[in-house]
Design a protein around this ligand. Structure first.
Ligand code: KIV
Ligand code: ZN
Length: 515
């Protein structure tokens, strides 16, 4: 039986980035986009171009670089948003504008303060405007999960006539239940006279833990695009997780009349990259990408798996990219090998000086840690790029001491706008002392919301990767730092968060205000 293609639309860089604290910079977004391209994701929603200058530049950089996936920008149903999206996508090999407006009674009445007919007018005008700029236009009925079916039929028929090629049905607040949501998709396809002129898509949030189940039910009822994110990142409880959608369709090929073009062996590396960049750890029992997803604890299971793998395993760990973080480089590796691996990972530097600096850091690392993995390279690159930026706070020196029975102490020199300042502080532990010392210099007044340390690779010689989340006046920022010494990694992460505060970028949220 020939199967339909299920289009995988990844929105890690847009909806995923809307999770509080998951903000990414341009370089981080580019690295994730390259990982998604390697995975053969069909459509990458790279951002919301009008949100800020930084968002615009990130969407543009991704559209300029990625060749093998369609690059999409979100735009409210407003000419200004759509023009900005079109501008960012100008050099895309294949670009898409995704415009949306809310269609549920509660959103139309309280958020938009528009009558249903006015909403249709805005939607049609937006789609026509977008089609004037680009052929590939997607239209979303925000809060479709709580919209009236008759109204959805009316608006969708008209936006398809206006030129929308993809119709997305978001369950924006994660309210749907699988059987009911599948039925909605089936009815829309059956009742809308021109439904065959567009691909129907779904975008499910996970507030009831049903995002993947709802998306799969929609596929069984005719949806041919699923919007999802790596690790299920996204607003509130997140979006449907890409890895679960892809592996469900593949593992239960007996049930699903669709196939994807995803290279599943890139799933685990992409999951690790997203986790490391956002600082959102993956829970150990998370399907597909959790550390325990393929681990067998009970004796009975282990015995079964050793005798015949399929007794307890429905997928093979290696098929989703476990054990593919090949040991790529060591201390004898030269500059050419280092550069070649960075190229394969889609990492580039603004200048030769930066590349040389990264190579030097690699040599220092390889001296301390004999096997250098892809994860180490990503951390090292983040560090080099941070150091090259014109940042307000830079770590110059850190000495942290702790001894049983004595108060730990940190002596620190930080450069603040080029002026070196020194201080000493005590604390409950060496990390606490280091953060107190930084605050004595920075006086940020921010509160620490999250401190997490992850070993980047296995073994006690692994680099520690630290995430620090700070909050001040309702604004949340993340900072990251990696080092073999976790106290140094912690100091780097804290300073990185302070630098994000100092950058002070304001951006619009796509769903906060509307037309
Ligand atoms: O959840 C949602 O409705 C969205 C739309 C903007 C597609 O993210
Ligand atoms: Zn969403």
């Amino acid at each position: 039986m020939s199967k339909d293609r299920l289009i995988i639309f990844d929105t890690t860089l847009r909806d995923g980035e809307q999770s509080p604290g998951a903000t990414m910079d341009q370089d981080e977004k580019l690295r994730i986009a390259r990982a998604l391209e390697r995975m053969k994701v069909d459509v990458i929603e790279a951002g919301f171009a009008i949100a800020s200058q930084g968002d615009f530049e990130s969407v543009k950089a991704i559209a300029d670089t990625v060749r093998d996936s369609t690059i999409c920008s979100l735009a409210r149903a407003k000419a200004g948003d759509i023009d900005r999206a079109g501008e960012a996508l100008q050099n895309a090999n294949s670009g898409r504008i995704h415009t949306f407006i809310a269609t549920s009674p509660i959103h139309m009445q309280h958020k938009l303060r528009l009558e249903p007919d006015q909403v249709i007018e805005h939607a049609v005008a937006a789609v026509k405007h977008a089609r004037g700029l680009i052929d590939d236009v997607e239209f979303s009925c925000e809060d479709a999960g709580r919209s009236e079916l008759d109204f959805l039929c009316r608006i969708i028929e008209q936006v398809i006539d206006a030129g929308a090629r993809t119709i997305n049905i978001p369950d924006t607040v994660g309210y749907a239940i699988p059987g009911q949501f599948g039925d909605t998709i089936r009815q829309l396809l059956a009742r809308i006279p021109n439904s065959d002129k567009a691909v129907f898509s779904v975008h499910c949030h996970n507030d009831l833990g049903l995002a993947v189940a709802n998306s799969l039910e929609a596929v069984l009822n005719g949806a041919r695009q699923v919007e999802c994110t790596i690790n299920g990142l996204g607003e509130r409880a997140g979006n449907a997780s890409l890895e679960e959608i892809v592996m469900s369709v593949r593992t239960r090929a007996d049930l699903f009349p669709v196939e994807t073009r995803i290279n599943a062996t890139e799933i685990v590396p992409a999951s690790r990259l997203v986790s490391s960049i956002t600082g959102f750890p993956v829970q150990p029992n998370k399907a597909i990408v959790g550390a325990n997803a393929f681990a067998h604890e009970s004796g009975i299971h282990q015995d079964g798996v050793l005798k015949h793998r399929e007794t307890y395993e429905i997928m093979r760990a290696e098929d989703v990219g476990w054990n593919t973080n090949r040991m790529v480089l060591g201390k004898h590796s030269g500059r050419a090998a280092f550069r070649a691996r960075l190229d394969e990972l889609g990492i580039s530097f603004a200048s030769d000086a930066e590349l040389n600096e990264a190579f030097q850091r690699f040599k220092d690392l390889a001296d301390k840690k004999h096997e250098v993995f892809d994860e180490d390279l990503h951390a090292l690159v983040s560090d080099t790029k941070q150091a090259a930026e014109q940042e307000r706070f830079k770590l110059v020196l850190l000495e942290a001491a702790s001894k049983t029975g004595e108060t730990p102490e940190a002596r620190l020199i930080v450069s603040v706008d080029g002026d070196e300042q020194e201080t000493v502080a005590g604390g409950a532990g060496p990390v606490d002392a280091t953060f107190k010392a930084i605050e004595q210099i920075a006086h940020s007044g921010a509160t620490l919301q999250l401190y997490s340390v992850n070993a980047i690779t296995a073994g006690t010689d692994s680099q520690g990767e630290v995430t620090v989340r700070l909050e001040k006046g309702g604004r949340i920022v993340n900072g990251h730092g990696a080092d073999i010494d976790i106290i140094t990694a912690s100091a780097k992460a804290y300073l990185n968060a302070l630098n994000h505060f100092a950058a002070g970028l304001e951006r619009a949220h796509p769903q906060a205000a509307d037309v």
